[in-house]
Design a protein. Sequence first.
Length: 280
Amino acid sequence: MREINSQKITKNIKEMCIEANHFLSSDMKKVFDNAKLNEKSPLGCQILEQLDENLKIAGEDMIPICQDTGMAVVFIDIGQDVHIIGNNLEDAINEGVRQGYVEGYLRKSVVKDPLIRENTKDNTPAVIHYNIVPGENIKITVAPKGFGSENMSRVFMLKPADGIEGVKNAVITAVKDAGPNACPPMVVGVGIGGTFEKCAILAKKALARPADSDSNIEYVKKMEKELLNRINKLGIGPGGLGGTQTALAVNIETYPTHIAGLPVAINICCHVNRHVTRTI
């Protein structure tokens, strides 16, 4: 049994919130640079150059890469042979978010109640997804999520008869409806299967998967590539002003589901698609 002090978790979460909001992850840099090479529209190229300049200034001057510094989403895989000492785990995570956003001078975007909209003033609480896994380590992914793109996300409760074409059409419909509002070029996370809530979590998790990776399921890998190609033929383009690079990546995650259903969730993120992962 390995002991980990909750203060270590808090410290890492704090650092990860600041890092995610100031620096593009290496996988996102790779697909963004690829989009710059492949964009055919002169205006699209100009917009991508401006976005790239923004990223460089953000890193050099420690300014957030986007003014919407997001709601903190945390995926945490906890080894079943780990014993956390000190504070309650959830409190430790939220304290890390609080320190990161306050000490990192990041915008505070969370309200205490969805209808009585009083700001919490420290960007807590985070949205936390726990997973118990074998081992004695804790793997943490912090993915601050801005709401321009979040508001464009969709869930479709398809029928099994809709099949793979129904899934593809749902994804294309969501991207078309999002248009310029998701701050393209976007990353499209897709969750297929499970239940109403499970497919949404899968879609969120798909966004945190490296954007330059492929699914290890062959038919899913093919669908990712086909959908990316189809989305980039929509002509929405960078900034929604036309072009050939509407999406940087399509990541799909699947899960077993009920014989009577085919849930599909599409979680869209803008070109920064912030995510940082550490193992402690």
